[in-house]
Design a protein around this ligand. Structure first.
Ligand code: GLC
Ligand code: CA
Length: 570
């Protein structure tokens, strides 16, 4: 049921208590180690974020989603959590967290934190206990331990591959020094999967959700929400067995670990916890599932909202955009959730670069681990094969379109600067992403979108901090910096600020009406409050519908909308 309740503007005090605040929110993702560094150690931190609250306020976002800031060895950028109820000392303390949350709330900005329930890190106290305890012990039962195959158990229990490449099983050494059991890890070796059949695991996460909710966290982003429950028979099917079953395996929820139906029992329980709070805590699922199964995650009895990555995976193409938008609005409507839109995050090639890749580069397949354009990233360098101008122009058009859509818009830090992916400027020896190492460099990995933000045109680490930067920043960051863009009329930062401020006024019923533009490469839609958004995906200029132009992603040309551009009219 689309809600017709209008969401109050951000300055309205009642807005912070509105239980529907998330439905059409603009949520800004911060990758904390790369946002702002307050103490010059080259690593972004919580005090750095607190210092930038005025910037976030001027940007006009409704909420911040914070990627993991928990103690971690950073085997996977913090998605390998040592302790779910603490702050990495390199990033600050719990007191710093409270100060940050307070500063955000005082500025009318909600706070969403990342919960990583599929796996812990291998340094988590439970995993260390499991390694020290014998086979069959209660400590081992919190994870997924199995005997190996073959005479001496020296073959993995199955041939399954981890998402980052290489086997999904790792053999341990038993406390007595002999080669021992194997444990499952869908991701890196340092990320052992929890056994969600174990009640202790379930209880501990309820405790974690309450811990952060009690500290004033407004919502949660649930990492790999579709992997928690598993069905591991004594004899495991091989990868070939699974592949032979085709799409039905997924559609019927029969895969041994992806998107099983019983995962929703967990979220039903979590929902009860969320509803203990006022306003209820929100959640959004990161679930790379078949589109037909996504609504289950977004159900009001479950997490309430789910990311849809369809638009992110679409080409810059009118038909693909229209089809995706229509389908997702219908789907959200059916589930009772609002839709979500996202073009960039910490796992994908930045959209300003994606849209400038040669058509041959398979950007649609390039989701995890920056497979998109891996050829150019590895061999070409950004200048050579990426049409930087076209990429940015299209990214601005796409983002402005997204901000006009009903539903929540998820932004990733730096996209408001039109930042490009950093490619070959990161030397192999400087890379951090496990997907790069586990694939032996065949996949370039995700470091290119995780480089610390440029705040100033000059100075140490372009204003990121008083010291260095944990991933190298290229020289061209100067021109993309906040300082450079604040001085420049028509900058991407200015576009985002204008659009996000107007978006607050745009929020009406969660519907849109497509308009006939007479062209296949031009999309236009009207929102119930009478605003129109038009995007020209082609190259020929397009005529504008009636109305006053409020904002456009590129300058109009003789009263027409040029190619690769979006405009809003009232
Ligand atoms: C999610 C995260 C990604 C991480 C993975 C394993 O996909 O977004 O960054 O590597 O889960 O936790
Ligand atoms: Ca720091």
């Amino acid at each position: 049921m689309p809600t017709t309740a209008t969401v109050a503007t951000r300055t309205d005090a009642s807005r912070m208590d509105d239980p529907n605040w998330w439905r059409q929110a603009s949520v800004y993702q911060i990758y904390p180690r790369s946002f702002a560094d307050s103490n010059g150690d080259g690593i972004g931190d919580l005090n750095g974020i607190t210092a930038k609250v005025p910037y976030l306020e001027t940007l006009g976002i409704d909420a911040v989603w914070l990627s993991p800031f928990y103690p971690s060895a950073l085997a996977d950028g913090g998605y390998d959590v040592d302790d779910y109820r603490n702050v990495d000392p390199r990033l600050g303390s719990l007191e710093d967290f409270d100060r940050m949350a307070h500063a955000l709330h005082a500025a009318g900005i909600k706070l969403i934190v990342d919960i990583v329930p599929n796996h812990s890190s291998d340094r988590h106290e439970w995993f260390r206990e499991a390694l020290a305890a014998p086979k069959g012990s209660a400590a081992r039962d919190r994870y997924i331990f199995r005997d190996g195959l073959g005479e001496n158990g020296d073959l993995p229990p199955s041939d399954w591959e981890s998402v980052f490449g290489g086997p999904a099983w790792e053999r341990i050494t038993e406390p007595d020094g002999t080669p021992g059991q194997w444990y499952m890890h869908i991701f890196a070796r340092e990320q052992p999967d929890f056994n969600w059949d174990n009640p202790e695991v379930r209880d501990d996460f309820l405790k974690t959700l309450r811990f952060w909710s009690d500290r004033g966290v407004d919502g949660f982003r649930i990492d790999v929400a579709h992997a928690l429950t598993k069905n591991l028979e004594d004899t495991l099917p091989s990868t070939a067995d699974l592949e032979a079953q085709g799409e039905a395996l997924y559609l019927e929820g029969r895969h041994p670990y992806w998107d099983r139906d019983d995962v929703h029992d967990i979220y039903a329980q979590w929902r009860k916890v969320f509803n203990e709070y006022n306003p209820p805590r929100t959640a959004v699922a990161e679930a790379w599932v078949h589109a037909d199964r996504r609504a289950r995650y977004a159900s009001p009895e479950g997490l309430g909202q789910a990311f849809n990555f369809d638009l992110l995976q679409a080409d810059f193409d009118a038909a693909q955009f229209r089809g995706t938008i229509t389908k997702n609005l219908a789907e959200a409507d059916a589930s009772g959730a609002s839709s979500t839109w996202v073009f960039s995050n910490h796992d994908v090639v930045r959209h300003a670069t994606r849209y400038g890749l040669p058509a041959a580069a398979d950007s649609a397949g390039g989701i995890m681990a920056g497979q998109a354009g891996k050829q150019w990233l590895l061999t070409g360098g950004r200048q050579q094969d990426v049409d930087v101008e076209l990429g940015l122009r299209r990214a601005r058009a796409a983002s402005l379109l997204m901000f006009a859509l009903p539903g929540s818009a998820y932004l990733y830090q730096g996209e408001e600067l039109g930042l490009q992916e950093v490619g070959c400027e990161i030397a192999d020896s400087e890379r951090q992403d496990p997907s790069f190492f586990r694939n032996k460099g065949v996949e370039i990995g995700r470091d290119g979108c995780r480089v610390p933000l440029p705040w100033t045109t000059a100075g140490s680490s372009f204003g990121f901090g008083a010291g260095g930067s944990h991933l190298p920043q290229p020289e061209w960051f100067a021109g993309s910096s906040v300082e450079a863009q604040e001085a420049k009329e028509g900058s991407t930062l200015a576009l985002y600020r204008t659009a996000l401020a107007l978006r607050g006024e745009l929020q009406a019923a969660e519907t849109l009406e497509w308009l006939d533009t007479g062209r296949d490469d031009v999309l236009a839609f009207r929102r119930p409050n009478g605003w129109t958004c038009i995007t020209n995906f082609g190259t020929e200029p397009a005529g504008l519908p009636d109305g006053e132009v409020l904002v456009s992603s590129s300058p109009l040309e003789a009263g027409t909308l040029p190619g690769s551009a979006t405009a809003w009219l009232r």
